[in-house]
Design a protein around this ligand. Structure first.
Ligand code: SF4
Length: 309
């Protein structure tokens, strides 16, 4: 795909873009359904990476209390609560640079087995990963792996210096080659330009296989990180990237991920109209605040959205 094509879509007049995205959305998906997932932070904090947006990086003083890896029983307990709130998918997250070490992988597999027994799907986000370990997770019934590209290749060094864009692409390649459905998206509002967003969309949409999920995160500035004073990104920009992603990757689920806490319900509704069909529920998205579950349940009811279990 040529980048000019992505630019042309991205820069359409907003309402025209939303209309086109909504049309594509209805052709490829049931527009009355969304996927409701929850994130469980299995190991929190003390991450050696320096992602400028992240409360869990050891490089910044964010006041986050590090937490050792949870036990299988603790993870299952959290999953039961999430299920009661309507989630049908759990994403197990660790603040690791890499998913490696037999013991660590076995531990995650045990957690996943415990959650799957509840009848829930399990995804993981464990950092960079090689093909061998992807194969182990796949064999254990894990149905997806998240590894975000975050932003464009050009802007990336402004945000992360401890691993490269190519490292990330290598993990995505390992996931694709091993046959693991992957989830990869970005964060907007970090100071990137429209051209950076276009480039991110272009990179993801040009992979040999599209992700099953493209999360759109609006930065929630965290005190103590280099991005603590970033102004909140405008809702129009969130809608625009969602709509463009929907047109470029028609079969992919588009998640309205972090940042819903700073959006009105009307703004969220516009995102769903523009093709977002996946959300994360729970009081926290790892370490940042999220919308209240009861507000989400009410909003989905008002909008006529049901979980796509
Ligand atoms: S985003 Fe992930 S890899 Fe980056 S600092 Fe946070 S926990 Fe570590």
């Amino acid at each position: 795909m040529k980048i000019e094509k992505v630019r042309e879509i991205y820069n359409k007049p907003l309402l025209k873009l939303v209309y086109e995205a909504a049309t594509v959305h209805r052709r490829f998906h049931d527009s009355g359904k969304i996927k409701i997932s929850t994130l469980i932070s299995v190991k929190t904090g003390e991450c050696i990476e320096d992602c400028a947006y992240c409360a869990q990086s050891v490089h910044y003083d964010t006041g986050i209390k590090p937490q050792e890896i949870l036990t299988v029983a603790e993870v299952v307990e959290k999953a039961i609560k999430a299920k009661e709130s309507g989630a049908t998918r759990v994403c197990l997250s660790t603040s690791w640079r890499n998913a490696e070490g037999d013991e660590n992988i076995e531990n995650i597999i045990e957690m996943a087995e415990g959650v799957r027994k509840l009848g829930m799907d399990v995804c993981c986000t464990l950092g960079m990963i090689n093909k061998e370990n992807v194969a182990k997770l796949l064999k254990a019934g894990i149905t997806g792996y998240n590894h975000n590209l975050d932003t464009s290749r050009n802007f990336y060094p402004e945000i992360i210096t401890t691993r490269t864009y190519d490292d990330r692409l290598e993990t995505i390649n390992n996931l694709i080659d091993a046959g693991m459905p992957y989830c990869s998206g970005g964060i907007i509002g970090m100071g990137e330009s429209n051209e950076d967003r276009i480039s991110l969309l272009h990179t993801v949409a040009s992979q040999k296989k599209h992700p099953f999920n493209f999360p759109v995160n609006a930065l929630v500035p965290v005190k103590g990180t280099p991005l603590e004073n970033q102004p909140l990104v405008s809702v129009w920009e969130i809608v625009r990237i969602i709509a463009a992603a929907r047109i470029l990757m028609p079969e992919t689920n588009i998640s309205l991920a972090a940042g819903r806490i700073n959006m009105t319900e009307e703004a969220q509704a516009l995102c769903f109209l523009a093709g977002a069909n996946s959300v994360f529920i729970g009081e926290k998205l790892l370490t940042t605040a999220n919308t209240k579950i009861e507000d989400d349940v009410r909003l989905f009811e008002v909008l006529g959205l049901k979980d796509r279990a």
